[in-house]
Design a binder for this molecule. Structure first.
Ligand SMILES: Nc1ncnc2c1ncn2[C@@H]1O[C@H](COP(=O)(O)OP(=O)(O)OP(=O)(O)O)[C@@H](O)[C@H]1O
Ligand SMILES: [Mg+2]
Length: 227
């Protein structure tokens, strides 16, 4: 089975599809076999973006498909290295199932208390439902100033959770990249790409660490040294 990374949130428009697409593009460039599963059957933001990307002849096309459930997405991702799950606007009972099936769960959020508070509530809920804390990571998106990142990071860390390094500012350059089937790290503006790359690298590091943990736990279990 592939490694599964999901993007979930309590609010709409926070950057779930944006980060899911960016991570898929980074992984595809890294020669991984990626499936981008769009669980938002109404909007299909990621599916439409991937179609534009292919139509424009992008060197790293993304295999994106819409699914009604996480089970369907998992069933069709066999043989891939990475399954990326883009989820609908609001958290639902399905969100927990998605989180359970994921090695890493990313919660994109804005920097206002209006955005941070529901993000922390969702983190509590996921942890309470048995998702290990080290699988959860907050990603700051759509910030207007860098100092917003520092305050938001304090908020999340004080609540006892991890935030990925870096943050994504709100920029027209990212929007126009999306319009052309490109991602956060593929804009014509190198400064924007660098800024996004920092967050993507932090996510990649977390995914690799989780993979290592899962693998070594699997090995220990096979040896009978745990359980
Ligand atoms: N950093 C940014 N700068 C500028 N525009 C952005 C940025 N991030 C996201 N957007 C734009 O904001 C809108 C919402 O972003 P996105 O679709 O990623 O959010 P979402 O959490 O997936 O939303 P939904 O809950 O509706 O699925 C999109 O039009 C996207 O292009
Ligand atoms: Mg979306």
């Amino acid at each position: 089975m592939p490694v599964t990374v999901s993007f979930v949130g309590q609010k709409g428009g926070v950057g779930k599809s944006t980060l899911a697409r960016a991570f898929a593009a980074v992984a595809a460039r890294g020669k991984l076999k990626v499936k981008l599963a769009d669980l938002d059957l109404h909007q299909q933001t990621s599916v439409r973006w991937a179609k534009t990307r292919s139509a424009r002849g992008n060197q790293y096309p993304i295999d994106a498909e819409a699914f009604a459930t996480i089970e369907e997405a998992r069933a069709s991702s066999q043989g891939t290295d990475l399954l990326i799950i883009d989820t609908p606007g609001h958290a639902s009972p399905e969100t927990l199932e998605i989180a359970r099936a994921s090695e890493v769960v990313v919660l994109p959020t804005g920097a206002s208390t209006d955005d941070l508070y529901p993000t922390v509530l969702l983190l509590y809920e996921l942890e309470h439902m048995g998702i290990p804390k080290d699988r959860l990571a907050v990603a700051f998106c759509r910030l207007l100033e860098l100092r917003e990142e520092h305050a938001a990071r304090r908020y999340i860390e004080t609540a006892g959770y991890e935030a990925l390094d870096g943050s994504i500012p709100e920029r027209a350059g990212y929007r126009s990249a999306h319009n052309q089937g490109q991602s956060l790290t593929e804009t014509p503006d190198q400064a924007l790409n660098r800024r996004a790359r920092k967050l993507m690298e932090s996510l990649l590091e977390k995914v690799l660490a989780q993979l290592k943990a899962v693998k070594s736990h699997g090995k220990q279990t096979e040896n009978g040294s745990i359980v």
